[in-house]
Design a protein around this ligand. Structure first.
Ligand code: ZN
Length: 566
């Protein structure tokens, strides 16, 4: 693959007629193979041609999405995204029609021998979650999602003599001065309160729209459709419910203790929401330099870690496949996307000078490395696994780079590791709360905005019993969830972080005693991409499924020991 310069990289947008003609040609090749000319071999060749074309289309839509996130105020990028959003359901229709045909084709056995049985299960999910009758709804859904992204990206704050974006304001959540932390939290709350009606409306419309799509596709509500869209094939809603109960029973009490200890370390009688981001009076550890310095340290880190990560990172740098600095107009959050034509990924983040920069960076690099490793999987459906498995690659790399953290944090590295583990444990109840909330929301599509906020408050009391918003009116009104972009744009994704974390923690425990073997397993998992469903992938590298009884308590016990909480 010839290296490119991503900053200058462009791809022409396809028209519907072009795509449709290509599909027509592939269908004709499949017809010819089925009617005797060429047989299975020619049939598989046509499937492979289709797959290569899907990669091309995927490459284009990734690029459009990346550019929009890089500059949400750019009119040209916005138009390109709108065009892509309009075209996507039509392309999905063509793809689903093809999948339906392949699910019921004369060479199914030969296809299974070549690509594995899994492909049929994945395609069955795709076929069950789309019909042209929801085309308009999908376009509308994308529009609402973009509206949320643009709204969040438009936030500006005058604080401490600077103009800040929401991501940049975020660094003050870790400020050692309580007054400053509170003032930043207040600004944040006030901004969300000012835009409350928009945030309320966008989500209300999304919920109605998703219920409407579920009804059109003959589901009772959006929950089963959401699971199909996530291609969950080897576990059920019931398994997820059991897992949430385990977190509630085993992790919440530990988190109450962690929060109690945190207040004690900070010398506070009571921990308010604006205190939760900082863990001791000396402030959280911070990387000792800015973006360019971080990239230099990262180069050393990957050189030290080896396992192919070093050479891979060089390629990412050479081709400018990273956009990590915060700036005006840029979307919030961090993500990794694939550019299948280049056989390379792209990573996106919003560095703000906190330890989170290092965490987000290693996280996205974990995704990126997996995507790179699985670039040669025979079908693009296997480029990524389902997302709970994807998050293992990212979260595990956060833990597997622990020995290199001195590069970023110097003498504060052990404090960083302690904090990283503490916050990982504290994340589990929040993660399942976001999931539980969405189940309530989509099971009760007729609920009003206020009823929905009441659902959140009720669940928040179960999973985050220590939480006190004090005078922060917006989150205190039951709207803290409005800051979680996944709730708007990626329904049911959130539990995946907690499932993956349960796996990543197992790798962390193992790495503490045998680093080399653990790295080998990590790389093996990355190469497997999405060629197997979640629990099989996990099992193939000797990890326990989070749904297996006792799995969570084992990792929690190890974390307690490390954190001195036994
Ligand atoms: Zn991730």
């Amino acid at each position: 693959m010839t290296p490119i310069d991503f900053q200058k990289y462009t791809v022409d947008a396809p028209t519907y007629d072009e795509v449709s003609a290509r599909y027509q040609a592939i269908h004709e090749a499949l017809d010819a193979a089925s009617s005797g000319t060429g047989g299975a071999e020619a049939f598989i060749a046509a499937v492979e041609e289709w797959d290569a074309y899907r990669r091309e289309l995927g490459n284009w839509s990734s690029l459009v999405s990346i550019r929009f996130h890089q500059d949400t105020a750019n009119e040209e990028y916005k138009k390109a995204r709108e065009y892509c959003d309009e075209l996507r359901p039509k392309l999905t229709d063509l793809a689903v029609t093809m999948k339906r045909r392949l699910l019921d084709c004369p060479f199914r056995e030969q296809l299974a021998a070549k690509f594995g049985e899994l492909i049929f299960e994945l395609w069955t999910c795709d076929v069950a979650s789309f019909d042209p009758v929801i085309e308009k709804d999908l376009v509308e859904e994308s529009k609402l999602d973009s509206e949320y992204t643009e709204l969040v990206a438009s936030a500006r704050f005058e604080f401490q003599g600077e103009t800040l974006t929401l991501s940049q304001l975020g660094k003050y959540a870790e400020h050692p001065d309580r007054e400053i932390r509170h003032a930043a939290a207040k600004l944040n709350s006030d901004w969300f309160a000012e835009n409350q009606s928009a945030f309320d409306r966008i989500y209300h419309e999304l919920v109605q729209l998703r219920q409407q799509m579920a009804t059109k596709l003959q589901y009772d509500n959006f929950v089963p459709l959401g699971y199909k869209l996530m291609q969950r094939i080897d576990y059920s809603q019931n398994d997820v419910e059991q897992f949430r109960a385990q977190v509630r029973d085993e992790v919440v009490p530990l988190c109450v203790e962690l929060r109690r200890r945190q207040a004690e370390n900070l010398g506070l009688d009571k921990l308010y929401a604006w205190d939760e981001g900082i863990h001791d009076t000396s402030g959280n550890p911070k990387p000792a330099g800015d973006h360019d310095w971080l990239i230099e340290r990262a180069t050393e880190m990957f050189a030290d870690l080896g396992s192919g990560l070093d050479a891979f990172f060089d390629k990412m740098k050479q081709q400018h496949l990273m956009d990590l600095k915060s700036r005006e107009g840029k979307a919030g959050g961090g993500f990794c996307d694939s550019l299948p034509n280049l056989k390379m990924p792209f990573i996106f983040a919003n560095f703000n000078g906190t330890k989170g920069d290092v965490e987000v960076f290693t996280h996205e690099m974990g995704h990126a490395f997996q995507c790179y490793c699985s670039g040669d999987q025979p079908l693009s459906d296997y480029l990524w696994p389902t997302t709970e498995a994807c998050e293992i690659h990212s979260m595990s790399l956060e833990f597997l780079t622990w020995p290199q953290m001195e590069l970023f944090f110097g003498d504060d590295a052990s404090r960083f590791r302690h904090l990283h583990l503490t916050e990982s444990i504290l994340f589990l109840p929040y993660g399942v709360l976001v999931d539980h909330f969405q189940h309530h929301v989509y099971e009760n599509p007729g609920a009003s905005v206020e009823e929905r906020n009441a659902m959140w408050r009720e669940l928040e009391a179960i999973y985050l019993p220590w939480r006190d918003y004090g005078d922060l009116a917006h989150p205190a009104s039951g709207r803290r969830w409005q800051r979680q972009l996944h709730i708007y744009g990626m329904p049911f994704y959130y539990i995946d972080y907690t499932l993956a974390l349960t796996c990543a923690l197992q790798l962390w425990v193992r790495a503490e005693s045998d680093r080399e073997a653990t790295m080998l397993d990590y790389v093996k998992l990355c190469h497997r991409g999405g060629e197997a469903p979640f629990q099989q992938l996990v099992d193939s590298v000797g990890l326990k499924s989070p749904f297996q009884p006792g799995c969570l308590s084992e990792v929690v016990t190890a974390a307690k020991r490390e954190l001195g909480l036994e």
